[in-house]
Design a protein around this ligand. Sequence first.
Ligand code: NAD
Ligand code: UD1
Length: 334
Amino acid sequence: MSTVLVTGGTGYIGSHTCVELLNNGYDIIIVDNFCNSSPDVAGRIEQITGKKVKLYKCDLCYDVEKLDEIFKENKIDAVMHFAGLKSVSESIKFPILYYENNVFGTVNLCKAMEKHNVKKIIFSSSATVYGTSSFAPYDETMPIGDVSNPYGRTKYIVEKLFEDLCNSDALWNVVILRYFNPIGAHESGLIGESPKGIPNNLMPYISLVAAGKLDTLTIFGKDYDTPDGTCIRDYIHVIDIAKGHVCALSGITKLSGVNAYNLGTSKGTSVLELINAFQKMTSRKVRCTFGERRKGDIPVVYANADKAYKELGFKAEYGIEKMCIDAWRWQCNS
Ligand code: NAD
Ligand code: UD1
């Protein structure tokens, strides 16, 4: 297996995964509509790896003929599917946009793959699919689907779509990766996360406050049933997430049907612990204040990551300190 089509490859997680794929000898073809990224990222991936990247501007929802051409022009062995919209708050305001982009876009991709007999795909899902009916540590045997927002439901629906596809045709081979909380950036400082406008997620917010671009971080809730009263999450370095994809790709041929794996560290970190680690590692002050709980937040979320280790040989390497240093280096370069 040598050529991987990467949808959303100029985005945050896609770009880091492209670097790991190229470093591991795969050729890549990026397909992106740049709605949340820039074509310049492809040049940065080339700069980091010293390898060529093939880049197509193509929208999975609207450029169906172009997508067909891309599959015709290239010999593609497998697909990694990152393209999607990812803001929970935006999905509550614009559910149709989210269902259209994330579900319809995936349907179009699967149609093109089926037509060109490419039946191996690795899909970016989220720990959010576990919803509220189970408790940490989350493992893959737990039920999914009790999700409280449209974004999470699109991930659940696409997971089910892949299940149906694999039931209909034994030649399909799907790995679903449920990410916990990816943070950090590439050590080169050349690629990282660039949220548009004011970020919703904690790490980009911390970085912007530390950089003086935002005034104060509001910590959502201080009375949770956790040791310091703030929510706990399983933060995982984006490079580890990228490496998890390479492990999934080398493991996919030994698997059959659809298989889901958590990508996490199995370790929980509270909001206050993350802020303190960031301050310590960067020697910057992060001004913060306590506010109300954010609606929909689950107090404690962390993975049981054993299945990915046992079946794919994947184990996250990096700790919270490196995540903070790398996020800050990227912030300083942005
Ligand atoms: P991102 O926004 O940085 O990257 C997504 C990329 O997909 C962008 O480059 C965007 O331009 C592109 N894209 C979106 N819709 C498209 C379309 N219709 N056609 C072509 N390109 C399109 O997001 P990310 O953080 O890299 O996330 C990648 C995937 O991982 C997403 O599916 C996201 O839902 C999932 N995920 C992310 C997180 C996280 O915390 N970042 C957590 C769990 C799951
Ligand atoms: C959020 C999404 C989740 C998505 C994930 C990654 C919600 C309810 N969940 O998860 O579906 O998969 O992002 O994109 O939005 N926090 C603050 N102040 C802030 C921002 C965050 O205190 O300004 C706290 C939150 O309350 C939470 C923790 O920091 O406890 C992490 O928040 P965030 O980075 O948004 O990730 P999740 O809530 O895990």
